[in-house]
Design a protein around this ligand. Structure first.
Ligand SMILES: [Zn+2]
Length: 489
């Protein structure tokens, strides 16, 4: 959830037939940029860049931005279209992604940067994206319906059916639920071509082109890890760079295209690991305070000044325009959204928002001292719903819960009500104390293990694997004595 929280990501993506995502599923492109003149291409990129900046937000670290830009420009000068005016931007997102717009606009999330382990790997991600730009790869589509999170999508649509026109957006932004599988890749052939071009630009810039294979390994390991987590959570796993069915280590064609680049390589290439770790030290990891922070089952937002505790063991997803919580069995969903400058009382607002007739139950109340209304109603197709509308700082917070069926709703009703009742304003001191997690480095002592680091980590029950992923040592590596190890604090 961002400030302001009313975002139109789904609408944006729908209009962006030009979006070029890489870390994820292949879908057929809709249009081919080779039909476009270079001037047209630049204009298209420039226009979309404005929206991307608005929707994602730019990561607030001039030094990291300039470092990433420097690495990107170095590669771009060695590319097949050095005359383009390239822009390399770190977006303020914990998702694992990188993407390019036509005309030389390249974006990388701080989410993926966290999992890289050298400047050469950063250059590989940027080089791959430059490859899409120089090859003028066609366009992208996004997909609302990947296998991942199908249960949530259905519930999201249920809620939107009920909420009506305003909820249409909500239904479409079931898209948003996909998080990092939102943007789709270009398909196997284009991805391989981008890998080939990226490897060439790496080599020509003085890096070892093998870094391309390492980076694809980073994505593959995220996918393998998510299979584990998905099994714990009873959902379908996400797919990163899903076109690679095999592990990149065994991918013959990938190795072929990377080997082609060796003719351009310098001897004794430096991966500049130490410099990369220095530049990324202190980078925010996970949610940032501008987007709200999840600790345990509590969601807190320093800028908006509120806290809400979701039911125990529900999975919380913080999205640009809302926060969702999903029951462990995927049979109930809560959603928190906000509307600025609401009109009338909370009860008036609730009637309007939920299209309630006079016979529906709306009661005026106060929740932790804040003016509020509680709604008990049912969706158009008869599913029960309960919601709270809470006014705080000229904003209406809408916290709604719906079950997949009457039975599941009854099972979860008390938990949903408790969560609504937990909404409260944060004190000034609390607002100030909300700090996001950040990357730090330590030097491994002789007997250091990831299990030991995990026991002191704020990363939760999968901390050990997160730490291995962060350090490129998934699934079973251990720190080597003297190794600089990334941790999260
Ligand atoms: Zn790609």
């Amino acid at each position: 959830m961002k400030v302001p929280a009313i975002l139109r990501l789904a609408a944006l993506l729908a209009s962006l037939f030009l979006f070029a995502g890489c870390a994820v599923n292949p879908v057929t492109g809709r249009q081919n940029f080779t039909l476009m003149s270079e001037a047209e291409e630049m204009r298209t990129g420039q226009k979309a860049d404005v929206d991307i900046r608005k929707e994602y937000g730019i990561y607030d670290s001039p030094s990291l931005q300039s470092y990433v830009n420097e690495v990107g420009q170095k590669l771009a000068q060695k590319s097949h279209r050095p005359q383009l005016n390239y822009h390399f931007t770190v977006v303020d997102s914990p998702q694992i992604n990188a993407f390019a717009l036509p005309g030389g606009y390249v974006y990388i999330t701080r989410g993926i940067i966290a999992y890289l382990n050298s400047e050469a790997e950063l250059a590989a991600v940027l080089g791959h994206e430059i490859g899409h730009v120089t090859a003028r790869h066609g366009v992208q589509q996004y997909t609302a319906a990947t296998a991942a999170n199908v249960g949530t999508v259905i519930l999201g649509v249920l809620l939107s059916q009920y909420i009506g026109p305003a909820g249409q957006q909500l239904g479409q932004s079931a898209l948003g639920i996909m998080g990092n599988v939102l943007l789709s890749g270009y398909g196997r052939e284009h991805e391989l071509e981008a890998d080939r071009l990226g490897a060439e630009y790496l080599a020509r810039s003085g890096y070892d082109p093998q870094a391309m294979i390492k980076v694809i390994g980073v994505l593959k390991n995220q996918e393998l890890f998510d299979i584990e987590v998905a099994a714990q959570e009873g959902r379908e796993p996400r797919r990163y760079h899903g076109i690679f069915a095999t592990h990149p280590d065994n991918d013959t064609r990938l190795h072929e295209v990377v080997d082609d680049a060796k003719q351009f390589a310098v001897a004794n290439a430096n991966d500049h690991r130490a410099e990369f770790l220095r530049q990324t030290e202190g980078m925010i990891f996970g949610d940032s305070s501008a987007h709200g922070i999840i600790r345990g089952n509590t969601f807190q937002h320093g800028e908006l000044g509120f806290s809400v505790t979701f039911p125990p063991n529900w999975r919380i997803r913080n999205q640009p325009d809302k926060v969702q919580a999903i029951s462990p069995q995927n049979d109930a969903l809560m959603e928190l959204s906000l509307v600025e400058n609401p009109r009338g009382s909370p009860a008036d607002f609730a009637r309007q928002r939920f299209h309630l007739g006079v016979t529906n139950e709306v009661s005026t109340t106060a929740i932790n001292g804040l003016p509020a209304a509680l709604v008990t109603a049912s969706t158009r197709d008869g599913r029960p719903l309960t919601a709270g509308v809470i006014y705080h700082n000229d904003q209406a917070f809408v916290l709604a819960g719906v079950g997949a069926s009457l039975t599941t709703f009854d099972q979860h009703h008390a938990e949903i009500s408790n969560a609504i009742d937990s909404f409260r304003a944060l004190t000034t001191a609390e607002r100030k104390s909300i700090k996001p997690l950040a990357l730090r480095t330590i030097t491994a002592s002789r007997d250091l293990t990831y299990a030991e680091l995990a026991s002191q980590s704020p990363l939760g029950k999968n901390a050990e694997n997160y730490l291995r992923l962060l350090n490129g040592q998934y699934p079973d590596g251990e720190p080597v004595p003297g190794q600089i190890v990334k941790i999260v604090k």
